[in-house]
Design a protein around this ligand. Sequence first.
Ligand SMILES: [Cu+2]
Length: 376
Amino acid sequence: MTGRFPSQCRKIRPSFGRRLRNIEMSKFRHRSLHLLGVLLTGLLFTLLAACSKANPQSTFDTLGPVSRNQATILYVIAGVGTFVFILVFGILAYTVIRYRRRSPDDPDPPQIHGNDKLEVAWTIAPAIVLIAVAVPTLQGIFYAANPPTEARLTVEATGHQWWFEFKYPELGVVTANEMHIPEDEAVIVELRSVDVNHSFWVPKLAGKVDMIPNNENRLWLQADESGMYYGQCAEFCGESHAKMRFRVVVEPRAEFDAWVARQQAAAAVPGDPLAKEGHDLFMSNQARCFACHTIAGTQKARGTVGPNLTHFASRQHLAAGNLENTQENLRMWLEDPDAVKPGNLMSRDAAVYNGQGEPLTEPQISALVAFLRSLE
Ligand SMILES: [Cu+2]
């Protein structure tokens, strides 16, 4: 360093340095060790909190045969791993303490090279450990990949940036972001993508499986209990990946059948005048909503870029599981979709949102809200 007053610097620096070393450093070191301890404990609790079964995306709260099987594999591997860890580090700690150098005059220990018995032992022992881990893992892979023969229902799940489409080919039902399945029945899910890689994950029901363009993957799942299960895209897929969620609604067979019957019906033409106004705007060349969304039963709305809206009002969430499907949230979505989901393809490509067309006015949004909420 080239200071301006080298003589002064030289006088000041050693004393400053010494003071720091002698007094401040020990205090500083003590304090930073303390801080590190607090941080590590905090981190440990934060990490362990993720294991809480209360978490809606807990993989430990297994509520179906597939996730149960996968959790069992985790426990087996963690158990074997813990046993090996304790054994190896126990022997290491014992050796280090028992055979440590006690005085500077101690001679070096005898230097040995090669021991056939030991080498055979530490080759065979890990092989046994690996087999103990491989057997349940391979069984688990086959179990998850082969749906039971009594599985009756197939759902085609398609990943889109950034939402999920669910088709029931045998039932003629198409919906988005909320997959309904009957309780206690095995369901086959065929996984696809229209754009980039996504991953289908319902932590309480089954492990992740990728959704890959031009390649169909499969999984099966079954839920023990009725209820709402959280799902999430688990493969980074762009700007709003973290907001690409969905729900699995599990219900008793009779309720599921009733849901299917409602979904199979075409949308009724709205009777309410405000909703009718919204319908006309939806089909108009100003808003062009029809270009991207399907509403079954209408001539015009057959778009497939966005979610099918035929029974939009029957869904409990909107914008891929991010908002509850209430009047206020729907209004918020239509006013500025980008504020809800940055980068979403509706605000990027629809002229009313991207500044290339006439923006929607407040009364127009009210009419659209009335129309969409009539789509039971
Ligand atoms: Cu994704």
